[in-house]
Design a protein around this ligand. Sequence first.
Ligand SMILES: Cc1cc2nc3c(=O)[nH]c(=O)nc-3n(C[C@H](O)[C@H](O)[C@H](O)COP(=O)(O)O)c2cc1C
Length: 141
Amino acid sequence: MALIHLIYVSSATAACDAAELEKILVASARNNAPLQLTGMLLYAQGNFMQVLEGEEAAIDQIYSRIVKDPRHTDVFVIEREPIEQRSFDQWSMGFRRLGATEALAHPAYAPFFERGFDAAKIGAHPGLALDMLKEFSIDQR
Ligand SMILES: Cc1cc2nc3c(=O)[nH]c(=O)nc-3n(C[C@H](O)[C@H](O)[C@H](O)COP(=O)(O)O)c2cc1C
């Protein structure tokens, strides 16, 4: 079965407080595992970056819900492509809250991080979003 990944960035709305964030992670764990979806969600200064990996139909099913979720807005797809293998197969949805200091301390990624993830700049560099997700997932909870 063909695997794809979908990577997007978005902005959290006022509706997305810590309790809602926790609910998102609980729903992700519940829904992603049976669909064999894996991935990583980064949260930084009111911005999300998420990668979802799995079969196209499963990704479409979950993404169509995510995109309508009022807890975020300005969803901008950076990449949707076939992949040879998963990069986050240990998590139905990993999560990391990233501080500005941590992101800005990273010389390779600091230019793409200005009050959250800079969607246009990241989108203009293929492969960068996945590298960032991998790099910042190392320390996850
Ligand atoms: C940034 C963000 C990422 C999300 N990621 C996922 C996800 O990976 N899987 C998922 O099932 N729901 C995710 N959600 C939540 C969905 O939008 C939706 O609320 C949830 O799938 C509903 O699940 P339920 O019908 O089981 O309650 C995410 C929401 C936001 C705002």
